[in-house]
Design a protein around this ligand. Structure first.
Ligand code: C2E
Ligand code: CA
Ligand code: CA
Length: 556
């Protein structure tokens, strides 16, 4: 009897030894003879992450062999690990088969142990593989995406596809409104909808949270863009729906695209997606050569910064501030210009870049220092000096030593504090608001004036004016009434009120960006006497501004 077992068991062991991984789908082939020898009709193995998962029956349950006959449990082993995961292996013997004697049971247990070991190893490998390519709720993950791009790239099949990175808009709000579980249903529904547009041709993967990537054939791009822009998704069986829309960055891959590795696809879709997300006009942004140039330029500008600062390539231009009624020069704003390789680069082309990296803080201190140097010289030469304002980026606002550093620079050149003004823009968050209040109060104590810059562009709140001790409100050019505009237009009305409010509160009020006589007239009508703008002068290089200082103002 036992010799018959060994003649079946040995080839089975040899076969297992040959295989790195048991082919679970073909398990029946390998164990069939042994199973019929023992009268086994079914072998199952269940892997559960916890006893709770086991009770719910939603772990990984494998059926390795099944003849479909009715059976009784002949062997059952449960292994509960310290981490509370459960492995449950059960062997059923066909009901009609005679019970095993002691020797047969021992042989069956030997067969059982070897089989279980092989199956466990294989299924753990499969689970691990699954975890590698799917996230914990079953969406394909970043690895799958990268692998797909790599495979397509290696096979030269990328051209003719579009790579997409998208983010579901306001998804936390949807979760809040309909509950997290239904939110999950909506997300699943939205992705299923997209997958059905692709009809098995592309791939959609989840990066984490509500961020996804996709690779789609160009023939489906139009439909995909429409779908991503906004689609109604049902979240219950009554057909109640919510609108899901997304912001997306898209890279169209054609024959000209030079594929190197997945990162040159990822980088592009991520920067396009960032452009879409960062509140621009478009929710769907296509990666373009222009964008690539801009990115390259930003990187180049960032690399050039330390050297440019050391070489003194940044220059101070001074834009006069004028009292309209008298034409008197009452101050100036220091504005940065970058002289680079014979070219003048305007701040809008480099300040935003430097704000991304905190380089802006070094630049602002550089500007303040050079303004103080100029003033020290003017004072020494006995000129009539006017107050100069310096712009400070919001990036400084968290710096706890900011006011001390400002005072340190001004005092280093012995410039009286009253000649320096700091321009700061509004803030967007409560935290920033507290920091802004701290900084402006600190400046106030040090006798340095503070101006709220670009007033009227953002979401200026009344708190900004009432709770922070400003000296000056600088009204942005967008709030200035334009030619031919009725006095009753919202802009005109608002402009009038802002000027009146500033005056009533004892604040200085200056309008910037004033270009025309009509605007000057509107200023006077509304009682705003101070202006800065092309009507009088553009920002001037040092020598030109010094000439203006000598003149002391403008002809009336
Ligand atoms: P800003 O602080 O609002 O500066 C005023 C801008 O308006 C200046 O542009 C100025 O040239 C422009 N402007 C003045 N009058 C007129 C006018 O009548 N019409 C028009 N259309 N524009 C006028 P600029 O010099 O190109 O500076 C742009 C921005 O760059 C500044 O806006 C400021 O936010 C930033 N910036 C410039 N220099 C510095 C700096 O040293 N530090 C920091 N943090 N930012 C700076
Ligand atoms: Ca300014
Ligand atoms: Ca401004």
């Amino acid at each position: 009897m036992s010799s018959q077992f060994y003649s079946l068991f040995e080839p089975f062991l040899e076969k297992l030894a040959e295989m790195r991984e048991v082919d679970l789908d073909r398990m029946g082939e390998y164990v069939g003879d042994l199973c019929s020898y023992f009268g086994i009709c079914k072998i199952t193995v269940g892997f559960f992450q916890s006893p709770r998962e086991e009770a719910r029956g939603n772990g990984h349950i494998l059926t390795c062999y099944d003849t479909g006959e009715k059976g009784v449990i002949a062997i059952r082993k449960r292994i509960v690990t310290e981490a509370m995961s459960v492995t449950d292996c059960t062997i059923l013997r066909a009901e009609h088969h005679p019970e095993w004697d002691e020797q047969t049971r021992r042989m069956a247990e030997l067969f059982y142990s070897v089989t279980m070991m092989a199956v466990s190893r294989s299924s753990l490998l499969q689970i691990a593989k699954r975890r590698t390519f799917f996230d914990d709720v079953g969406y394909k993950n970043l690895n799958t995406y990268i692998n797909t791009i790599e495979t397509y790239g290696a096979q030269g099949r990328l051209a003719g596809n579009a790579a997409v990175h998208f983010n579901l808009k306001h998804f936390s709000l949807i979760n809040q409104q309909i509950g997290r579980e239904r939110g999950d249903v909506v997300m699943r529904g939205f992705i299923n909808g997209l997958e059905s547009i692709l009809g098995g041709e592309g791939i959609v993967c989840r990066m984490g949270g509500d961020n996804f990537t996709a690779l789609i054939p160009l023939s489906k791009l139009g439909q995909t863009v429409d779908y991503l822009s906004g689609s109604a998704i049902a979240y219950n069986s009554f057909g109640d729906r919510v609108l899901v829309s997304s912001t997306a960055g898209i890279l169209v891959i054609d024959e000209n695209f030079k594929y190197k590795d997945p990162s040159n696809v990822m980088d592009r879709i991520i920067s396009a997606a960032q452009a879409a997300k960062s509140g621009g006009a478009e929710d769907i942004v296509f990666f373009s050569a222009e964008m690539e140039r801009r990115k390259a330029k930003i990187m180049r500008l960032q690399q050039l910064f330390p050297q440019a600062l050391e070489n003194g390539e940044f220059m101070i231009y001074y834009q006069p501030k004028v009292e309209i009624r008298t034409g008197r020069l009452i101050g100036a704003e220091a504005l940065c210009r970058w002289y680079h390789e014979g070219e003048i680069i305007k701040p809008d082309d480099f300040i935003p870049t430097y704000e991304q990296s905190m380089d802006i803080c070094k630049l602002d201190f550089y500007m303040l220092e050079h303004v103080c140097m100029d003033m020290k010289r003017w004072l020494a030469e006995g000129r009539d000096v006017v107050r100069v304002s310096v712009n400070l980026s919001r990036k400084h606002i968290m710096d706890i030593d900011l006011v001390d550093n400002i005072v340190g620079i001004i005092d280093k050149y012995g410039v009286p504090h009253k000649y320096v003004e700091i321009e700061l823009t509004e803030t967007t968050t409560d935290v920033e608001f507290k920091d802004l209040k701290r900084v402006v109060s600190g400046l106030q104590k040090a006798g340095i004036r503070a101006a709220v810059d670009d007033f009227g562009i953002g979401y200026s709140s009344l708190n900004l004016i009432s709770e922070i001790p400003w000296n000056v409100i600088k009204i942005d050019k967008s709030l200035i009434p334009i030619k031919g505009e009725s006095e009753k237009s919202p802009r005109s009305v608002m402009f009038g009120y802002v000027v009146k409010m500033a005056k009533d509160m004892g604040l200085e009020c200056i309008s910037e960006g004033v270009e025309t006589q009509e605007q000057i007239d509107a200023m006077l009508e509304n009682g705003c006497d101070l202006v800065q703008g092309f009507f009088f002068d553009k920002p001037l290089p040092l020598e030109r501004f010094e000439e203006r200082l000598v003149k002391g103002g403008y002809e009336k």
